[in-house]
Design a protein around this ligand. Sequence first.
Ligand SMILES: Nc1ncnc2c1ncn2[C@@H]1O[C@H](COP(=O)(O)OP(=O)(O)OP(=O)(O)O)[C@@H](O)[C@H]1O
Ligand SMILES: [Mg+2]
Length: 234
Amino acid sequence: MSDIILQVKDLVKYYYDVNKRLDVLNGLNLEVKTGEMLGVSGPSGSGKSTLLHLIGALDKPNSGEIIFNDKNINTFSENASAKWRNKKIGFIFQFYNLLPEFNVLENIFLPSLIYGENVSRKKLEEKAFALLELVHLEHKAKSKPTDLSGGEQQRVAIARALVNDPELILADEPTGSLDKENSDYILNLIMGLNENKKKTFIIVTHNESLAKKLSRWVHLVDGIIREEKIHAGN
Ligand SMILES: Nc1ncnc2c1ncn2[C@@H]1O[C@H](COP(=O)(O)OP(=O)(O)OP(=O)(O)O)[C@@H](O)[C@H]1O
Ligand SMILES: [Mg+2]
């Protein structure tokens, strides 16, 4: 396996807003190494979330390529794309997106049961419970997400993102709606996953203490990468 997990080449994405074309990504290029933690910053509306959606194949670019482990993901069919995403990519968003009618444990394994292939419910349940232990929430397994604090919900969302052992985790403002104490907790959890489990992360964040710990970060302006910083000591 190559040590480059992701290559983004000349990525272009625009939307139509009523009749006007809105150019969001204008030929963006990016390479991410396996095991790297890449931060993405940029002003509101600069296309950070759009970029993560395209990398996770939740949406398609107008042109350009996204190569993941030497495969062009834009050539996948809908079905292949859903399977690939479920297996390879973990998503952590700002607003957790937990299903209110299911308990915490179900929230972690049900999405995989729906889109996954050949994994028994029992196996997934066991995995989900082990992940709840990892985020120190095993005592909340039977609670409904709405009975949890924001920080706890985000920990559940992280556990859910890990259930299929993804190679790449895309995090969009993972500490955005949390107070300092909870942000620090999530931050340590993410750093630990990178260090101990060698997970590759792309993280959109405004959190300065997180940004400082990332090995590299890129700044998006006008739909391209304007600035690229590599921290000394990494
Ligand atoms: N589905 C869509 N249809 C039309 N316009 C969209 C769509 N999704 C995003 N946009 C527009 O594309 C631009 C980039 O949006 P995006 O969400 O990627 O920005 P962002 O950098 O994540 O901003 P923020 O920091 O506020 O989250 C914005 O102007 C947004 O309104
Ligand atoms: Mg965004």
